[in-house]
Design a protein around this ligand. Structure first.
Ligand code: SF4
Ligand code: SF4
Ligand code: SF4
Length: 702
């Protein structure tokens, strides 16, 4: 069995809905309402069309839906239409209901029938059924809302619904059966009821549900004076007391005429608060064989009967005001029957009525629409969870205050379970939240103070961070600068180290040369000493030669003297002696000169020797100095090497420091941004807490 889509009969003006939940409260089925969104909407497949929410809504947000506009439009377009008017028309248009017929005819309606006649026929149908089937219980069904209720919510009662049509359907079927001239006419029903649309949809009988309220509004809006139209009686046999069918008890009054005493076997119920509760009880009691039900349940959905139906706009008028025109009309019609001949006259009348009644013509069957009711019942665990979401933790929290419209917290929980309501719509939930808010008002103030102090702290932190940023920037600059300088220094150390290393070989050569010079100088000194010794030897030899020359000279002189003594014989000898003396003198002279020269040489050699020694000493000293310098140089190179290595480490450290500075800078930026966000959050929190406090106050004021 699939869900059946039902025609909407009530619409919601969302602009006007203020979420007061009066509609839910007054709705007999409640779960046709969806209050989970902004406004309370209707699920037509679960709405029974009782119209109670229209009356309950004091904000004019619930409005009936009918076919009046289409009816007028089709009339204008020449569509052939006959009308049937429900008996409540006499209440809605007091003393003018027959003028209304004149008005409708002026618009083109071909004929107007009185549903009261259909009501007379309905009673015949009921009584025939009772006589024939002797049922345990018959639920009268003039109200389509009651029929829809049973079809959707309690299909177990369908077998007890009177299997006969409503008075309106009796009227329509009578026209279709006994007025063949209207077989190609559409039928408009002048109705007090919005739910009739459902009946027409299900039975496919009438084309227009024209509510009396819509007609009344039309007449007023168009400033139509009904009294100016002729008063035209309904077509066909006139009804008698069934003209009171629109009033509570109208069915019984009529049935009493046919079957006196039936009143005692009948339960009469009106109004959504009575009838639906009673139907639930009845459904629950069906299986109890000990329960004796009333034979007939004369029930009406609306408390004031059809005279105050949702299609009349009169539900809030005093009941006697509503029924007064009906009583007058009934009295007028009853005048036709004199008290003396009443029985006979009624029998005649019933015979006339029976001409319009036919076995099976007015039979009615019903549809089980229980698939439309798809709501799930929560398990106890689910129910507890829903209650918790509604801030209900103990039995004391189950207020059943009815503010949500469901009258019972459990029903509200059921609605939440089925997604057609939300915890926020529970008044006690709202109060609990308000209480929590009130309790936390101090907390808000405290929070605000803390927020303010946190803001101040954050401002301080921000300015410190700004300073830190400057310092870090300058530190980074310095480090970068130092790094450059260190790089340059290292380059220069490397360069100097390289130069020193290259000069180290020269120093080694220099040391070698110095050693060699020292050795040469020593050899030179030795040679000079040897020369001095040789010169000394020559000087000694020259002294000897000089002494020999002196002795030779002395001897030559002695030889000359002897030669002289020897005369001519000695003359040649004297010449030789003279020559020898000159030679010795020359030798002596040369020896003296040589000695003189040698002396100069020896003196020069001595000076040279002295100078060579000095030079040797100096060379030795230079060599020593060079060695010392070379050692210093080596030490210096080692130091440079160490410095270079250490400088590399310094650079690496500086690089590290620089990257750390960068990281600190990045972290700082992040801290700054986080601080900024924190400040913003605190600001928002501060605003929020001020706003919430304001809302609290306004709510409390409200
Ligand atoms: S017409 Fe009746 S059943 Fe439908 S929503 Fe209104 S109160 Fe509920
Ligand atoms: S009765 Fe229903 S439709 Fe009317 S204002 Fe209240 S919640 Fe809205
Ligand atoms: S306490 Fe809440 S859920 Fe219960 S009836 Fe009241 S408003 Fe509805």
């Amino acid at each position: 069995m699939a869900k059946t889509q039902l025609t909407p009969v009530v619409r919601v003006d969302e602009e006007k809905c203020v979420n007061c939940y009066a509609c839910i409260s007054e709705c007999p089925v409640k779960y046709c309402m969806d209050a989970s969104k902004e406004k309370v909407m209707i699920n037509p497949d679960l709405c029974i069309g009782c119209g109670n929410c229209i009356v309950a809504c004091h904000h004019e947000a619930r409005l009936p839906i009918d076919d009046t506009a289409r009816f007028f439009s089709d009339l204008k377009n020449g569509v052939k239409i006959v009308a049937v008017a429900a008996p409540a028309v006499a209440s809605v248009f007091p003393a003018k209901h027959l003028n209304l017929n004149g008005f409708l005819k002026s618009l083109g309606v071909k004929d107007i029938f009185d549903v009261s006649l259909g009501a007379e026929l309905t009673v015949i149908s009921y009584l025939n059924y009772i006589k024939k089937e002797n049922p345990r219980l018959v639920i009268a069904q003039p109200c389509p809302a009651i029929v829809s209720y049973i079809e959707i919510y309690h299909p177990e009662l369908i077998p007890h619904l009177a299997p006969a049509d409503s008075p309106i359907l009796h009227s329509i079927k009578m026209i279709r059966e006994y007025y063949p001239q209207y077989k190609d006419h559409k039928i408009a029903v002048i109705s007090p009821c919005i739910a009739k649309r459902r009946e027409f949809d299900e039975t496919k009988t009438a084309e227009y549900n024209v509510t009396m309220l819509a007609l009344k509004n039309y007449v007023q809006a168009e400033k139509i004076d009904l009294a100016s139209f002729p008063s035209i009686e309904y077509t066909g046999l006139l009804a008698e007391r069934a003209v009171g069918f629109s009033s509570p008890g109208g069915l019984l009054d009529t049935a009493e005429r046919f079957l006196p005493g039936i009143r005692r076997k009948t339960r009469k119920l009106e109004g959504v608060h009575s009838i639906y509760a009673y139907l639930i009880e009845t459904a629950n009691a069906l299986n109890d064989p000990d329960i004796e039900f009333p034979l007939l349940i004369d029930c009406l959905n609306c408390e004031k009967g059809c005279n105050g139906g949702p299609g009349t706009g009169n539900s809030l008028l005093p009941v006697d005001k509503l029924e007064s025109p009906i009583r007058k009309r009934s009295a007028e019609l009853e005048k036709r029957f004199s008290a003396k001949k009443q029985k006979e006259q009624y029998e005649n009348y019933h015979k006339q009525l029976n001409q319009y009644w036919k076995q099976g013509l007015y039979d009615r069957t019903y549809v089980n629409l229980s698939e439309n009711y798809d709501k799930k019942t929560p398990s106890e665990e689910e129910l507890t969870a829903i209650y918790h979401s509604m801030k209900k933790y103990t039995k004391a929290d189950i207020y059943d205050c009815g503010a949500c419209g469901y009258k019972r917290c459990r029903r509200m929980a059921m609605a939440i379970h089925n997604g057609i309501n939300v915890p926020e719509n529970c008044a006690q939930y709202t109060l609990a939240i308000l209480k929590e808010k009130t309790d936390t008002e101090k907390l808000y103030k405290l929070l605000q103070e803390n927020i303010a102090s946190a803001s101040t702290l954050i401002n301080g932190i921000s300015s410190l961070i700004n300073k830190l940023n400057d310092t870090i920037s300058s530190q980074a600059e310095t480090i970068a600068h130092s790094s450059d300088a260190t790089e340059k220094m290292i380059d220069s150390i490397r360069e100097t180290s390289g130069i020193s290393r290259s000069k180290q070989a020269s120093i080694k050569n220099l040391i070698g040369d110095a050693v060699k010079s020292q050795d040469s100088m020593k050899a030179t000194i030795d040679s000079i000493e040897d020369i001095a010794k040789s010169v000394d030897g020559i000087a000694q030899a020259i002294k000897i030669i000089s002494a020999i020359a002196a002795n030779t000279n002395l001897l030559s002189m002695n030889a000359a003297i002897e030669s002289a003594h020897a005369g001519e014989a000695g003359k040649g000898f004297g010449v030789v002696a003279g020559e020898i003396r000159r030679l010795s003198e020359s030798t002596r002279e040369n020896s003296r000169n040589i000695a003189q020269t040698l002396k100069s040489i020896i003196d020069g050699i001595a000076v040279t020797e002295k100078q060579s020694e000095d030079t040797g000493i100096r060379i030795t000293s230079i060599a020593k100095e060079i060695n010392g310098f070379a050692e210093t140089m080596n030490g210096l190179i080692d130091t440079f090497n160490e410095l270079s290595t250490e400088s590399g480490e310094i650079t690496a450290s500086l690089d590290n420091l620089q990257s750390q500075s960068e990281m600190v800078k990045t972290d700082y930026a992040e801290i700054l941004s986080m601080t900024e966000k924190l400040r913003e959050t605190l600001h928002n929190m501060s605003n929020l807490s001020s706003t919430e406090t304001a809302v609290d106050n306004s709510d409390q004021t409200a």
